[in-house]
Design a protein around this ligand. Sequence first.
Ligand SMILES: C[S@@+](CC[C@H](N)C(=O)[O-])C[C@H]1O[C@@H](n2cnc3c(N)ncnc32)[C@H](O)[C@@H]1O
Length: 230
Amino acid sequence: MDGSAAAARRTGPSPWLDIPLDAYEAHMALPEVGQAPMLADIFGALLREHLPETVAVLGCAGGNGLERIDPAATSRVVCVDINQQYLDVLRERHQGRFARLQTTCLDIERRLVLCEPVSLVWAALLFEYVDPCAAMNRIAHLIADDGILATVVQEHDTDRPAVTPSPYTCLEALAPALRHVAPSRLAALAAGLGLYEMRRQRVATAAGKHFTVQVFQRDPVAMDPDEGEA
Ligand SMILES: C[S@@+](CC[C@H](N)C(=O)[O-])C[C@H]1O[C@@H](n2cnc3c(N)ncnc32)[C@H](O)[C@@H]1O
């Protein structure tokens, strides 16, 4: 199943509203899943490379990777999720660590995040659960002129179930909602909004599941007011 063919917006409530955070986090940390440490490592590397003053984490769950943000470099952190309970736990964990921590509960497909644009937008394993076009339209508003957007999507693999089987069986409810998004589709959507893909990298968990990391930034030519003048 490829998300490029199935971009219809969700009509019912998100299945994420019924997934307890402790089950999700325990599943992601299992050695046979291993996605939580992998995502945190990628985020950590981006933070070290770009030293962003401001960061937005979209589809943040309980804040995997936030511990990698250096409060001396990053003063404002915006965390967005559709599940308020996840945000409550995140706030308990990270309250007081940053000069400003904003937690916002909304459906990124449908609503704009109201805040000043940020230097680094991190959206890991979010696009699989949203209409990529609607979400990218909203997300583009969040990226500062000199900022970047970094995404991670799971690769389509006919030999493996999209949601790895685990003792946390409640996560199986996510499988019907998960739609793989081709990296080329994300790149095309971003390009339509003046964001060009500066890097693409394939990564794998120790268990052998593959993911694509993409980094986008505003197209300097599109931003140049003198471009096209005689
Ligand atoms: C697969 S998890 C990824 C979590 C996190 N990025 C990580 O590193 O573990 C997807 C997250 O996106 C959130 N989410 C799903 N649909 C959303 C939507 N339409 N708007 C905002 N958040 C959403 C879920 O609640 C969940 O926390």
